[in-house]
Design a protein around this ligand. Structure first.
Ligand code: GTP
Ligand code: MG
Length: 197
């Protein structure tokens, strides 16, 4: 997060992360179309519509005084381009971890979560994360409770979860609002604490 008191601009960075094909690009596209900004999304894709590096777009909110500029990225899920993922994650303020709820690919979600952990180690607990159990429209889904138990969800105060179906936009805006709330809440808490000290 960058707070520019001269420009009165707060800049934050949100990244959609998760295993290949989980619906990261579909989620960001649904978000931008919800916000009426479908044209403002840039994608670096392969010839078969797979994310090569990232998708990127910005959303800006303005009140009388301050501007909130949100930079939004997706990572590529293809392991061939794994080198790009930690680069995209640099200086991230909040992560929407998009899971593929299809039963057959349960373990891919777990592997992706473990990979995310390797990038941040213990400091992962400082980053607000929303687990988006995507593809809720499918019939053969795994039980989210199983995943939450396996990652020891109860240990994390910074992680929340939601259901999404990016294909029809369900839950996408709510997910985005949730991550913003967590990021900004953390910032205010920090400001409050430093003001007290
Ligand atoms: N049924 C269903 N399919 C979805 C949903 N979200 C995405 N998909 C499909 O899943 C496939 C992969 O979606 P993408 O958004 O490209 O996935 P990605 O995570 O960006 O994939 P990579 O960038 O290659 O890692 C596409 O065929 C989407 O249409 C969903 O909510 N339900
Ligand atoms: Mg993608």
């Amino acid at each position: 997060m960058i707070v520019d008191f001269v420009d009165k601009t707060i800049s934050i960075k949100i990244v959609y992360f998760g295993p290949a094909f989980s619906g990261k690009t579909t989620s960001i596209k649904a978000l931008f179309s919800h916000l009426g900004k479908g044209e403002d999304l840039y994608s670096i894709e392969s010839t078969v519509n797979r994310t090569l590096f990232f998708d990127y777009g910005t959303v800006t909110f303005q009140n009388e005084e301050w501007r909130l500029k949100i930079h939004i990225y997706t990572t590529t899920g293809q392991d061939f381009y794994i080198i790009t993922r930690p680069i995209t994650l640099r200086a991230v303020d909040g992560i929407i971890f998009v899971l593929d709820s299809h039963k057959e690919v349960y373990s891919r979600n777990l592997a992706s979560w473990k990979e995310l952990f390797t990038y941040f180690q213990e400091s992962i607990e400082d980053i607000p994360i929303i687990l988006a159990f995507n593809k809720q429209d499918l019939l053969d889904k795994f039980n989210p409770t199983e995943f939450l138990r396996e990652i020891e969800y109860h240990k994390y105060k910074n992680v929340d979860s939601r259901y999404t179906a990016a294909i029809n936009g369900n839950g996408i805006l709510e997910c985005f609002e949730d991550i913003l709330r967590l990021i900004l809440g953390k910032y205010y808490k920090y400001k409050l604490l430093s003001a007290v000290n």
